[in-house]
Design a protein around this ligand. Sequence first.
Ligand code: HEC
Length: 149
Amino acid sequence: MKRLAISVSALLFTMVGVAAADDPIVVRQSLMQAAAASAATSAGMMKGEIEYNPTVAKAAIATLYGVSQAYGDYFPEGTQEGDSDASPRIWEDMEGFQQAIADFQTDTAAAVQAAGEDGPADLAAFQQAIQPVLSNCKDCHEDFRIQDN
Ligand code: HEC
């Protein structure tokens, strides 16, 4: 029974792609990679590179919603050091950072609402739902992520 529990939790961690689940930096970076994958799928559909599919659209929205709910929990004091692009501003202005998370949560929740049971009916509906969500990426990165350039 114990072995079963261990393998089930190992499976769950594999599913979210978390290699070292006890390292908050690794967790927050894998959450961002999940967000990036959903954003790329969304952009592909909006550009017509991927045929619009309401189920895929709904999955992308659901992933972004999940990321927005979890993300704020992985910035404990002390994790500004290490292999991270998180800006020190996060810890200098934790209230501002939590507000950015709250905005991301509000916009993803609205998109979940708009997607309904079957996903947004067409590309125009999807676009309307997802665009406010995607604007959070740039907004938060500008303020709270160390840019590579
Ligand atoms: C509330 C703030 C916030 C929002 C919203 C946000 N990000 Fe991020 N993102 C960050 C921070 C902070 C980092 C750096 C994390 C680290 O390296 O510890 C990051 C890192 C990343 C990375 C690099 C991950 C890695 O492997 O190191 C990608 C890719 C990314 N974000 C994509 C996105 C996309 C796409 C969205 C929108 C759907 C988004 N982010 C929304 C704050 C945010």
